[in-house]
Design a protein around this ligand. Structure first.
Ligand SMILES: Cc1cc2nc3c(=O)[nH]c(=O)nc-3n(C[C@H](O)[C@H](O)[C@H](O)COP(=O)(O)O)c2cc1C
Length: 226
């Protein structure tokens, strides 16, 4: 599908050997929020999202809707994929995220499911990091149309109290982007969240759980009547 660069994710822990205690504590705090690294992860660098233009906001809010039929033959290009991920959980120009998080902990998780494996989206670097080779789509596909959608997003939360609020902000941004682009989307709670959390156990942070799934793609074009 898309081209991607391969590189190894380096672990920062050896750097600790050369630091004083205060710095070690600081770095350890950061490390607590840092996601697990993978020994031989593939990383896909995404094209930069276009942060300008689109449909006027009020119009996007007005036309947002849930769509349950997708054109299985119409792919989503890398730039569009990058923009979908960016509106959900990217880093914005001010160095913040595209959604608010309680105490600015920025602790939501966003994964892209493909038949070839699962990818974790890293907003600040605008990259996708492959975390496994598993096809987890069947665990989300209680509704048949899911299999036709080219983009499958999986949202996770670490924070039991506010995590679902974060996820709601993120999927709403995707809804508005889809409306603006004439794309189709629906957020879906009808998934086996426990099984997905188990399948991702070695990938997720402590207490991180799968919350919800969202399909994105292109609506099936209806035949024009004569
Ligand atoms: C938390 C949540 C979970 C949902 N889960 C599903 C789902 O599993 N399957 C589905 O087809 N739609 C799901 N939906 C979409 C709703 O059915 C949809 O938003 C509702 O029917 C209103 O339609 P609208 O989004 O077009 O306004 C969910 C929506 C929300 C907010």
């Amino acid at each position: 599908m898309e081209r991607f660069a391969k590189r190894r994710v380096r672990t920062p822990y050896l750097i600790l050997l050369h630091m004083n205690t205060q710095t070690v504590l600081l770095v350890t705090g950061v490390a607590a929020l840092t996601l697990p690294a993978f020994a031989s992860s593939e990383t896909r660098t995404l094209p930069a999202p276009d942060r300008t233009g689109g449909m006027p906001l009020m119009q996007a809010i007005d036309t947002r809707y849930s769509e349950r039929s997708y054109d299985p033959d119409k792919a989503v290009d890398d730039k569009t994929l990058s923009e979908i991920l960016w509106v959900a959980w990217g880093a914005n120009t001010a160095g913040k995220r595209t959604i608010a998080t309680a105490r600015n902990l920025q602790n939501m998780g966003l994964y892209l499911l493909t038949k070839e494996g699962t990818w974790r989206y890293d907003g600040p670097s605008n990259t996708l990091v492959k975390v496994n080779d598993k096809n987890l789509i069947p665990l989300t596909a209680q509704q048949q149309f899911v299999n036709d959608a080219p983009v499958q997003l999986l949202f996770t939360a670490v924070d039991d109290k506010w995590g679902r609020c974060h996820v709601g902000s993120a999927y709403q941004n995707v809804y508005l982007y889809a409306a603006s682009k004439g794309m189709a989307t629906v957020v879906r709670g009808l998934i086996d969240a426990d099984a997905l959390t188990k399948e991702l156990a070695d990938v997720l942070r402590p207490n991180e759980k799968v919350i919800i799934h969202q399909t994105v793609g292109w609506p099936v074009e209806e035949d024009e009547e004569d």
